[in-house]
Design a protein around this ligand. Structure first.
Ligand code: AHG
Ligand code: MN
Ligand code: MN
Ligand code: MN
Length: 339
């Protein structure tokens, strides 16, 4: 019988054998995984659990919140606040950072999350997920212990110490990197544990599949329009091959497909809101997904710059995103410098 490796064992080995992660980070990731299990249960219950539908509130991005956006956010906070491994958390669904209350010990990590990604798909029973990113609280002067503040979060994605997502689809799958490649863990519902099902995930450099919301075509910038036009021209066009298109409208599901069989995902800046750099959020969508994609041999840029090199200026910063198969992302990036 093949040996089953649980997430717990994988993390222990990352800590013990490979020295990749300190004990506190291991605990943090275990707790995030536990929270994802509980969100997965709520998602699976759907109407039976009374968790579907909208709430009467808007988040800081001006989006109407779904009940599950709020529930998932609460599950992640409650699971993580007491363990002593975190200094603070930030989320798509909270206006400002959540500092670990005084009644609990404070740790040195910062956790960012998109508690429920793909909100428009919740009620229609299509894959959704949770995305997370972990940074270490920087301390320029170790003699002065400053209280944690929003500024501590404003680190480029290249500083992440762990990142991942959990996709709630036909299977619940947790996908993780701690800087040692990408591993996938499938939830065994009977056992209640995540089991390692794929390791050293690699995205092929070439693809015949792209993902973009085509309904925004009229708003696109010239380089994006050129790229998609060339894909649509098929084997008689400049690319010399036919392309397929997929758009789940849950970033977790679209990125999961790309990690599984390659492809390119675009949510570019467009002319609808010229002053906004893009729709997706840098800190809890673009950065963790970009690191996963790079760890799997792919690439991620905003068209002009590597996403992981972007210095954030605010917590809820938005960004243009192009990620996936390396040769496609390189092509898109080169179109942005020539047009
Ligand atoms: P969220 O549900 O966390 O707000 O994120 C939704 C994002 C992302 O998951 C997806 O790729 C994109 O929005 C879909 O946008 P459109 O509805 O514009 O296609
Ligand atoms: Mn949202
Ligand atoms: Mn999202
Ligand atoms: Mn969300």
């Amino acid at each position: 019988m093949t040996k089953r490796i649980s997430l717990t064992r994988y993390l222990v080995e990352q800590q013990r054998v490979d020295g990749h992660i300190p004990g506190d980070l291991r605990l943090l990731l275990e707790v995030v995984a536990r929270a994802c299990k509980s969100i997965s249960q709520a998602v699976n219950k759907g109407d039976l659990g009374g968790v579907l539908g909208v709430a009467d509130t808007e988040n800081v991005q001006g989006e109407v919140q779904k009940q599950l956006d709020i529930i998932a956010n609460e599950v992640l906070i409650e699971a993580n606040e007491w363990g002593g491994h975190l200094a603070a958390m930030a989320s798509e669904e909270m206006d400002s950072i959540y500092v670990v209350p005084n009644r609990f010990p404070q740790g040195e990590y910062l956790l960012m999350f998109d508690p429920l990604d793909g909100s428009s798909n919740i009620d229609v029973n299509v894959s959704i997920g949770t995305i997370f990113s972990v940074l270490k609280k920087g301390n320029d002067n170790p003699d002065t212990i400053e209280p944690v503040c929003e500024q501590d979060f404003l680190q480029p994605g290249s500083q992440q110490v762990a990142a991942g997502y959990c996709v709630y689809g036909p299977q619940t799958t947790l996908v993780l990197t701690v800087g040692d490649g990408v591993a996938m863990f499938t939830l065994d519902r009977e056992q209640g544990s995540f089991v390692l099902t794929r390791e050293n995930v690699q995205i092929p450099a070439d693809t015949r599949e792209f993902a973009i919301n085509m309904s925004n075509m009229r708003h696109w910038d010239a380089p994006v329009k050129r790229y998609v036009d060339e894909c649509l021209a098929g084997k008689d066009g400049p690319r010399g091959k036919d392309f397929n298109m997929r758009w789940v409208a849950s970033m977790v599901a679209d990125v999961h497909r790309i990690l599984t069989r390659g492809g390119v995902f675009l949510y570019p800046w467009d002319k609808r809101e010229p002053d906004k750099p893009g729709k997706l959020r840098l800190m809890y969508e673009a950065n963790p997904m970009s690191w996963l994609v790079e760890q799997a041999g792919g690439a991620a840029t905003n068209g002009r710059q590597r996403i992981l090199d972007i210095q954030p200026t605010k917590l809820h910063e938005r960004v243009s995103v192009m990620l996936g198969s390396k040769n496609e992302v390189d092509r898109l990036t080169s179109y942005h410098s020539t047009l």
